[in-house]
Design a binder for this molecule. Sequence first.
Ligand SMILES: Cc1cc2nc3c(=O)[nH]c(=O)nc-3n(C[C@H](O)[C@H](O)[C@H](O)COP(=O)(O)OP(=O)(O)OC[C@H]3O[C@@H](n4cnc5c(N)ncnc54)[C@H](O)[C@@H]3O)c2cc1C
Length: 288
Amino acid sequence: MKAYAFDYVRAATLVEALSLLERAGEGGKLIAGGQSLVPALNLRLLAPQILIDIAQLPELRGITSDDTHIHLGAGTRHAELATSALVGQHVPLLQTAIRHVAHAAIRNRGTLGGNLAHADPASELPACMIALEATMLVVGPKGERRIDAIDFFKGLYETALEADDILVRISIARSPAETRVHFNELARRAGDYAMAGLAMVMHGTQPQGLRIRPVFFGIGDRPTLASHAARCLEQAADPMAGLAAAQQALSQDLSPQEDLQADADTRMQLARVLLKRGLTDLLAQGRG
Ligand SMILES: Cc1cc2nc3c(=O)[nH]c(=O)nc-3n(C[C@H](O)[C@H](O)[C@H](O)COP(=O)(O)OP(=O)(O)OC[C@H]3O[C@@H](n4cnc5c(N)ncnc54)[C@H](O)[C@@H]3O)c2cc1C
């Protein structure tokens, strides 16, 4: 199948892109790397009248850092994230996760902003953003606003973005040296979307006062912070002693779906296995 006919325009600046989007109304659609949008067009799941290309916008480019945060332009390609020294130094979780995103050809064109705006529930980077407590800078006709990652993902392919918004930048606090991170996913083949995955961050060094953020993806309609499970780990005398309770508590945190890849019980079991592997890895990092 091929896409329905559409017009195409490449915006040169953010202001121009916003104005084109406003003028196009409901018929307008942004395109960045096209790695999710073009397959959807070819399957005729979408029929925009005009595509507004934002791949070259200077305002969406660049990876920078200041004293407290690292800032990632929404137009940063996956391959750029994977090789950035700043990302490797300050948010290593992203570089571990990116290796699981699709294949090299897709990582060469796909962008961080497009990935987050697409909000596939099995996608790796949205879960990382919640685990890392990222903030999204969004610009729309009424001006700028900042949205915490935990409030950004609203459901299946649904975000807090309005149709005339553009995601411009993602900011993440630089991790202190003692912060430990873990990423793992279970997929049938390398490069496939995950059946279940976990991005996990642990702040602190002493068993008392640890702050743990396990965020699951591929389970349910959006990436999910397992807050009940986290509390069991944080409140135990030693986190490993809280693992069994945390694994049980996952049934309060997660709503696994059934699909062709796995049924709901299997997904819940995979989540328990991932949590155990994640905690074991994080604690081993502390000993290292
Ligand atoms: C074979 C294959 C395998 C894949 N495997 C994976 C995988 O394992 N994990 C994974 O996460 N992804 C996977 N993907 C999807 C892909 O990696 C990302 O979803 C893709 O990179 C999205 O970025 P893009 O720039 O190509 O977005 P586009 O396809 O250009 O756009 C996606 C959506 O985001 C909107 N959009 C884009 N940029 C912005 C912006 N700045 N502000 C607001 N809205 C915006 C578009 O309007 C569109 O709705 C796979 C894709 C393919 C084709």
